[in-house]
Write a protein that binds this ligand. Structure first.
Ligand code: AQP
Length: 329
């Protein structure tokens, strides 16, 4: 049995990066790995959305929208567990204990902390400590595998370090998990700035494809993607990051391989046109199911209630064991 946990943060609208880097695999592979819904856990990790300036009503709205999109993408509550992080208090209970295991130095080394804190005028303490909460999200379920995009790999590495350290000092309590990255599109880049990752909290959205963008908007964003001035179609991430990003997106949408796809084209325009159509077609069924699910909000409430109950029952014994091991009565 392999237990899987992963999450999405309601810090903005879900992007094509989130989908190709993580969600696509959760739907097609991960949720089917075990016959037990308790072994595949997917969460909207809303507490993580409070680490930077946020608007409460927007976080609530995005949390529901993300949960709906996960179902629309194909997560099936009969075969996996879908829940909202703040509905399961074990995550924050465990986070404090893990903060007592982590060091200030290792948290300050986190790339996401360094990048995000550099953009803030005032930095919330939670921006520094949220990788520990993420470790708690994962460790509370004795998770074996964490399917994520490349940007989260460092946090999973920290989770492994904390689990091993805790186990060594206080006795075996946690499973040490491993990150699993997708074969292509593990890091989808911004269409306007192909050396930066496509991000759902980007201030400018012209380089970001949102899962709910209309087909005309998707086509416009892809056709205006920044590429270099060359004319030969070659897959070269270092020298031609814009074109490489488009070829990776095409590969992830169609199941191909970026370098082989490059050989089929003789102009950048033709690549862009096919990428735009591939993304529109990839998202079409998801957008249709999203509209249908929005018409029945009671269904989502039920899924999230059941998911939280199931998750609580799984996490409690592990978190209780961690409390006992670290010396709490
Ligand atoms: N650009 C990306 N390419 C591939 N995978 C990506 N992921 C995020 N961006 C890309 C993966 O999506 C999953 C959920 O991400 P998250 O909600 O935890 O957010 P994040 O990793 O902090 O990145 P975002 O979406 O850009 O949000 P903000 O703007 O708030 O930082 C993860 O598995 C992630 O690897």
């Amino acid at each position: 049995m392999t237990r899987i946990f992963s999450g999405v943060t309601p810090s903005g609208h879900l992007t094509l990066g989130n989908y190709l880097g993580a969600i696509q695999r959760w739907v097609s592979v991960d949720q089917h790995r075990s016959p037990h819904p308790e072994d595949s856990l997917f969460s909207v990790v809303d507490l993580h959305a409070l680490t930077t300036e946020h608007e409460p009503a927007r976080v609530r709205r995005l949390t529901r929208q993300m949960a709906t999109l996960l179902l629309a993408a194909g997560l099936d509550p009969k075969v996996c567990t879908v829940f909202v992080q703040s509905h399961v208090e074990e995550h924050t209970r465990l986070s404090y204990v893990l903060e007592c295991t982590a060091t200030d130095g290792e948290l300050r080394r986190m790339i996401q902390y360094r990048e995000k804190s550099a953009k803030q005028q005032t930095v919330r303490v939670s921006l520094l400590t949220y990788p520990v909460l993420m470790a708690a999200d994962i460790l509370a379920y004795r998770t074996d595998e964490v399917p994520v995009g490349v940007d989260q790999a460092q946090h999973v590495e920290l989770t492994r370090d904390l689990a091993s350290r805790f186990n060594q000092r206080y006795g075996h309590t946690f499973t040490v998990p491993r990150a699993v990255l997708p074969p292509v599109a593990a890091r989808v880049m911004d269409l306007q700035d192909p050396v930066s990752k496509m991000s759902k909290s980007a201030a400018v959205t012209t380089g970001t494809v949102s899962l709910l963008d209309e087909p005309a908007v998707i086509r416009r964003k892809v056709m205006r993607a920044v590429t270099d001035s060359g004319s030969e179609v070659e897959y070269d991430r270092a020298e031609r990051p814009g074109l490489a990003n488009l070829l990776e997106i095409l590969a992830a949408c169609t199941g191909g391989e970026p370098a082989a796809l490059a050989a089929e084209y003789d102009s950048y325009g033709a690549v862009k046109k096919d990428v735009a159509e591939a993304v529109v077609e990839l998202l079409r069924p998801l957008q249709e199911r999203h509209s249908a699910l929005c018409a029945d909000p009671g269904y989502l409430d039920e899924v999230l209630r059941d998911g939280a109950e199931r998750a609580r029952a799984l996490a409690r014994p592990t978190v209780d064991a961690a409390y006992r091991a670290i010396g709490l009565l």
